[in-house]
Design a protein around this ligand. Structure first.
Ligand SMILES: [Zn+2]
Length: 246
């Protein structure tokens, strides 16, 4: 195979690898962001739970104050009994006291329910805290692995770029410029194989005469349709012959 074609093929291989690693590394920041979002959502969940607990505590206090006020009201009503003159007034006062007592009773039932709610809610918060803590350490672990992966990918890319520089320096500058143009035009695939006389870049069926020349790999040949540099792998030839002889 002519040396320049070999060099172009190696350059393409290394560039494809770089592109592949770049694509892999580019999706990682959004994965890390997803993890960060989840972790900060945990914090928000905890804040919301604490807010709800404060609300419940406030309801409890309000209820306790309400009961205190009602007890005070009864105390005052009972004080009045000494000033009462008639039985009718007395009965009315007793009725009033009974009413307030009933109100206290239902307020106390209510308070018990609030106590119960607070207890249950505190248990739930504790459980949620534990769940989130273990989930959080899982997520942080995942994040660490992703960060390591992105570093590894960047290092590999840097190494490949170094190798690439060496390879590219072997090409005549005109050919290298041409290669770069093709890379830009075809989003990273400038040099491609011909398999069963089909360009693997644009899937054009290569005319027979050109195909014969490409098979020789003795000069730089281009696809008549997409303009990519074409080459031929001898191994494919055998397969092709096998396929056609079957
Ligand atoms: Zn083509």
């Amino acid at each position: 195979m002519v040396e320049e074609l070999k060099t172009l093929i190696s350059l393409q291989q290394i560039d494809s690898q770089i592109l592949f690693l770049k694509q892999q590394s580019e999706i990682i920041p959004s994965e890390i962001k997803k993890i960060d979002d989840l972790i900060s959502k945990f914090q928000k969940d905890l804040e919301n739970e604490n807010k709800k607990l404060i609300e419940l505590e406030k309801r409890k206090k309000d209820k306790e104050r309400e009961i205190e006020d009602l007890n005070e009201k009864i105390r005052k009503l009972k004080e009045k009994t000494s000033q009462i003159k008639t039985n009718k007034e007395y009965q009315a006062l007793l009725g009033e006291i009974r009413k307030v007592e009933e109100t206290i009773e239902s307020a106390e039932e209510n308070l018990l329910l609030i106590f119960y709610d607070i207890d249950e809610f505190k248990k739930r918060i504790e459980q949620n805290k534990r769940d989130r803590l273990s989930k959080k350490s899982e997520l942080e672990n995942e994040k660490r692995q992703l960060e390591e992966k992105i570093n590894r990918l960047h290092n590999e890319i840097e190494k490949l770029k170094e190798m690439r520089k060496n390879i590219a320096s072997n090409l005549p500058s005109e050919l290298y410029e041409e290669y770069k143009e093709l890379m830009k035009k075809h989003k990273g695939l400038a040099v491609t194989e011909v398999v069963n006389s089909v360009c693997q870049g644009c899937f054009l069926h290569i005319p027979p005469q050109l195909y014969v020349e490409i098979k020789l790999n003795q000069s730089i040949k281009y696809c008549p349709q997409c303009g990519r540099v074409l080459f031929f792998k001898a191994k494919e030839n055998k397969e092709e012959q096998q396929v056609s002889s079957e």
